[in-house]
Design a protein around this ligand. Structure first.
Ligand code: SAH
Ligand code: SF4
Length: 349
């Protein structure tokens, strides 16, 4: 049976046509589900009774089941969703001023093996299907604190989105469709560990790009992010430059600060050099510690000093404050905080 949440509007039209039904019904169903929140065909009252009862045999409306919701004292709400037989993924809603950002997962686990990352420990168990990505949004929207609207989506949960790029792109198309949520592409960010040749797909999809830089020399990056052996820094940064010139957008560089590994002053100066010809923003992420990782978060003063070097070079730099620590939101679900005066910055350490 075809799952509604897996299908772009065009695919749904084709499916209905193949079943001998009128194509324009697809648009009506999209509206009922995504705009009115009605998943029961019996309640789709602008369609004949006959058609509605047939629909039950043509399409199912299956979403991942929410198995757990945890609220943090800082306003973060974390969801665990069952994707099948005991496998779960997490999604996190992060309020920040006017914004409500949903951090979604693209895979169960991850194959990329980044040494500092909690998700990498489980390896790749499965790539998510489009309905499981769209479903994270539908479920989180229906359960957002105070019924607030989600304003931004970031692919920064579990998994490497470009390792599952076809399904990620399909999910983006479904969320963006004007007869459905009409979610603006400019408010969707795909974060990659650096699968350089696939970065053009982010440009083609029309969404924003974030790249987890996390080191400034190939020697260190090879060690913390194995993908670097395949696509070293020059290759990765070339792809970023191309993205920026193709789209006219800035690239967001994420940089997880690991004490004694990539947090020296030389590193800060090297970031400036490496990213020189690429319109960019930089997000510094003090490492979110987890047991047995072997890595540590640098002291707050060091983080501020690192930021200061980048700011003095004219860079737009945010320090992302760890959110949801009390609910163990471990996959880098962190809040951006603009801070022009680093000495007044309060970081949770
Ligand atoms: N796979 C993608 C997106 C998911 S990871 C990627 O790697 O970009 C999202 C972000 O969380 C990445 O920037 C990653 O470097 C960061 N991250 C992973 N583990 C972390 C940890 N323990 N503390 C802080 N950031 C972490
Ligand atoms: Fe995968 Fe991203 Fe974690 Fe690396 S940091 S293992 S790419 S989820």
């Amino acid at each position: 049976m075809v799952n509604f949440f897996d299908k772009t509007l065009e695919e749904l039209r084709e499916h209905l046509a193949q079943c001998g039904k009128e194509k324009f019904r697809a648009q009506q169903i999209y509206r009922w589900v995504y705009q009115k929140g009605i998943l029961d065909p019996e309640k789709m009252t602008n369609m004949s009774k006959d058609f509605r009862s047939q629909l039950l045999n043509l399409i199912e409306f299956k979403l991942p089941k929410i198995s757990h919701i945890a609220d943090s004292s800082d306003g973060t709400r974390k969801f665990l969703m069952d994707v099948d037989g005991g496998k779960t993924v997490e999604s996190v809603l992060i309020p920040n001023g006017d914004r409500l950002t949903l951090c979604v997962s693209s895979e169960v686990g991850c194959a990329m093996g980044c040494r500092f990352c909690f998700t990498s420990k489980m390896g790749l168990m499965r790539r998510l299907l489009p309905f499981e990505i769209v479903g994270q949004f539908v479920n989180a929207s229906a359960n957002s604190p105070g019924g607030r609207k989600i304003t931004n989506i970031v692919f920064m949960g579990m998994g490497e989105p470009l390792d599952n790029v076809a399904n990620v792109r399909k999910a983006i198309e479904i969320l963006h469709n004007q007869h459905g949520f009409g979610f603006p592409k400019r408010r969707i960010t795909v974060s990659t560990s650096g699968i350089a040749p696939l970065i053009r797909e982010v440009a083609e999809a029309g969404v924003r790009l974030a790249v987890s830089l996390n080191a400034t020399t190939d020697e260190i990056r090879d060690k913390v992010m194995p993908i670097n052996k395949k696509y070293p820094l020059t290759t990765l940064l070339d792809a970023c430059r191309e993205y920026a010139s193709q789209t006219g957008d800035k690239v967001t560089f994420e940089y997880v600060l690991l004490k004694g590994v990539n947090d020296s002053r030389d590193d800060a100066h090297r970031i400036v050099r490496l990213t020189k010809n690429i319109p960019n923003k930089i997000n510094l992420i003090p490492f979110n510690e987890h047991p047995d990782s072997g890595f540590h978060r640098p002291p707050a003063a060091e983080v501020l000093h690192f930021q200061r070097i980048l700011m003095d070079a004219g860079r737009h730099v945010l320090i992302r404050k760890t959110m949801g620590r009390d609910i163990f939101a471990a996959c880098g679900q962190l809040r951006s905080e603009m801070e022009k005066h680093p000495t007044r910055m309060a970081i949770q350490v």
